[in-house]
Design a protein around this ligand. Sequence first.
Ligand SMILES: NC(=O)c1ccc[n+]([C@@H]2O[C@H](COP(=O)([O-])OP(=O)(O)OC[C@H]3O[C@@H](n4cnc5c(N)ncnc54)[C@H](O)[C@@H]3O)[C@@H](O)[C@H]2O)c1
Ligand SMILES: [Zn+2]
Ligand SMILES: [Zn+2]
Length: 336
Amino acid sequence: MKALRCDEPGRLTIIQRDVPSAGPGEVLVRIRRVGICGTDYHIVQGNQPYLEYPRVIGHELAGEIAEAPSGSSFKSGDIVCIEPYLYCGTCRACRQGKTNCCQNLQVLGVHRDGGACEYIAVPERNVVPATGLGLDEAAMVEFLAIGAHGVRRSGAGPASRVAVVGAGPIGIAAAIFAKARGAEVSVLDMNARRLAFCRDEIGADHVFEVSSGIDDRLKAATDGDFFDVVIDATGSPRAMMTGFSYVSHGGTYVLLSIVRADITFSDPEFHKRETSLLGSRNATRQDFETVLEAIRSGKVPTAALASHRGGLDDAPGLIPMWSAPEAGVIKALVEL
Ligand SMILES: NC(=O)c1ccc[n+]([C@@H]2O[C@H](COP(=O)([O-])OP(=O)(O)OC[C@H]3O[C@@H](n4cnc5c(N)ncnc54)[C@H](O)[C@@H]3O)[C@@H](O)[C@H]2O)c1
Ligand SMILES: [Zn+2]
Ligand SMILES: [Zn+2]
């Protein structure tokens, strides 16, 4: 079978591999769509710090059951998505149901070879039925679940004023699920095209183009209160530090961004607000189910999100182009 491998930074190739066989407790899935995200671009560019090369990429995965194990609830041909976080099930986090932050977590396409290939064998507990979804939709469940998880962590509800800072795919996902919970959602970015997408396609209540004077504009727009919930998805340490000052008194700050930096904040400002500060890593099965339900009920503009696509053979040439900001990619999908 074919697989898309990053041999070393800057070099993606299609290689030949044997079709894997499913071990005990595993299911063989025929991969049909692979979403490409910032993590993949970073792997290809060589700025994913602890990644060992060569690596078959791919963690946003949808496909069909190739071989259902005996006694399983799956049957061949079922459309599924894959929860790419291979958790141990026994560490303290796993025992509390926080499989998203398992102490021994292995993410497909990051810590071990991923699913940008024709077939993959994965533990049955990581295979999620995507009944009622198309393949494109099923491949987008994972990145949407990252946003849904951050919003669930925040506790945002109908009375909440939420600011999502950073309108990339992860921020867009957070904005979609904050809206789905009935919150009043503002999105901040300096990219006008992405802000227009948030306003027109996901119904963001307000969008703010970040430029000088933004703090005053946010203050004026919220009668000086700022936001009950601020969700950072910028990937920018500076933005993450600035975001503390956008949290209202008694409010919550959720950091979705992952950066290699120390984040600092003013303790008096933090303390006087009694800020709740939360990290948000990956997603759990519950978040996957939230996303599946939202897609089924038409709350996610999946067709608009899937902005670019190409076949597996073309992916080595397409992925570097998709990573350029001028390409205007929201979500690119590789088809198999
Ligand atoms: N929590 C998780 O498990 C998880 C999973 C995947 C990705 N991530 C992280 O989420 C972050 C966002 O990912 P993405 O793929 O959406 O990235 P992206 O680069 O596509 O989007 C980031 C957006 O933030 C905007 N931005 C940058 N600085 C800003 C500022 N000061 N104010 C407002 N907007 C600003 C950019 O213009 C861009 O549109 C990254 O750090 C990524 O590593 C986290
Ligand atoms: Zn991803
Ligand atoms: Zn664990």
